[in-house]
Design a protein around this ligand. Structure first.
Ligand SMILES: *Cc1c(COP(=O)(O)O)cnc(C)c1O
Length: 366
């Protein structure tokens, strides 16, 4: 791919070296525990194939996706010793596809356990899986009642080779939240069901909660992609996504002129407005209307008016015309204007900013 083309409205640079550096930092923090990677949702919008390749090269061997379909499309791009784990487990009737494609399910319910057991019986061999407990999220995994069924059934896991017991933290980014310790205690207690099995609890933020949360395998996603793992603390991760939008028009407007749909912003004095070819269809959320900012030659400019489907409008009155040529690029995401900052302005979290990144960008992988 060419380094730069005027055909698209924006250039998204994905710094794979930063992903690798982030992986190494998390691995270091984990000490003896393994560091896997959540690459679901196309590696949080950044491109599961190139990102997973970079992670594999950095030593990662456990790749977590949500859906079977994601695993199947990623499988041919990873070496055979990479484990691909489907966190939603198998949809009913699709169990055999896991074997066909070399993927491992997370078993989240009695029905999923039973179906995997039945497949093992039919195959006459032990089949690997991860078993998830719900320790406080009420979302997925075996509930307390399910665990009782397990306790009363000696053949519960017949034919299932449990590689890991797993659970997921509710509020790991908030180290002071007592729910962390409560979940840790619950999870540690449940491990007595299968004491020889390895365990996995920590997401990105969980890695920063200390060694007690590390167990044998962590499953970070967001931190690999530059999102701050600990609320209210300096972000130790490197920025991965760098987004630049293209100026397609600049105009001078007189005082009291409405800008954009609904004229939600009006100029007080005469002003200079730059239209940039990135809109809500590109993940530049409408909630950034009259709240977002961009940077031109290091100078912050305000997003004014509503975000349109294909464009945003910036108040560039203070910017020299030499920086505002048609086709010039303005910074929307950078090391100094991070996904977390954009998320705060948009009223969401960095995760949603990344996973919303558009498919019309020219993508450049470094
Ligand atoms: C998404 C997800 C992760 C990764 O979480 P991050 O907060 O992005 O590190 C880990 N485990 C489960 C079960 C998940 O759904």
């Amino acid at each position: 791919m060419q380094e730069m083309t005027g055909r698209s409205g924006a250039v998204l640079r994905v710094d794979l070296q930063a992903v690798q550096n982030n992986y190494r930092l998390l691995s270091q923090k984990l000490g003896k525990a393994q560091c896997g990677a959540a690459v679901k949702a196309d590696a949080y919008g950044l491109g599961a194939i190139p990102v997973s390749g970079a992670l594999y090269a950095a030593g990662c061997r456990y790749f977590f996706v949500a859906h079977l379909e994601e695993a199947i499309s990623l499988r041919p791009h990873l070496p055979s010793d990479a484990r691909l784990i489907v966190m939603h487990g198998s949809p009913v009737g699709y169990e055999a596809e896991f074997l066909e494609h070399g993927c491992m399910p997370v078993l989240n319910s009695l029905a999923q356990v039973a179906a995997w057991r039945a497949l093992a019986k039919q195959q006459q061999r032990a089949l690997p899986a991860i078993v998830q407990f719900d320790t406080g999220m009420a979302r997925m995994g075996l509930s307390a009642q399910d665990v009782d069924v397990w306790r009363n059934d000696a053949a519960f896991l017949e034919g299932i080779q449990v590689e890991y017991l797993m659970s997921h933290l509710v509020s790991a980014e908030d180290a002071s939240n007592p729910v962390n310790a409560a979940q840790l205690a619950r999870f540690s207690g449940l491990r007595s069901l299968l004491p020889q099995a390895k365990a996995s609890l920590a997401n990105s933020s969980g890695v920063f909660l200390g060694a007690a949360y590390h167990f044998d395998l962590a499953r970070p996603g967001a931190a690999l992609y530059g999102v701050a793992p600990v609320a209210g603390q300096a972000n130790p991760m490197q920025a991965v996504a760098h987004l630049q939008g293209r100026i397609i028009q600049v105009r001078e407007i007189p005082p009291d002129t409405g800008v954009g749909y609904g004229s939600t912003w009006r100029s007080r004095d005469s002003a200079k407005i730059a239209t940039v070819a990135v809109g809500y269809a590109d993940g530049w959320m409408r909630s950034l209307s009259n709240r977002g900012v961009a940077h031109i030659a290091g100078q912050e400019v305000a997003m004014v008016g509503n975000v349109s489907m294909d464009t945003i409008t910036l108040d560039v009155t203070a910017i020299a015309d030499s920086e505002l040529q048609e086709g010039a690029l303005v910074d929307l995401l950078s090391a100094s204007h991070t996904v977390d900052q954009v998320a705060a302005r948009a009223g969401t979290i960095g995760y949603e900013i990344l996973t919303s990144l558009g498919h019309r960008y020219q993508r450049v992988y470094r």
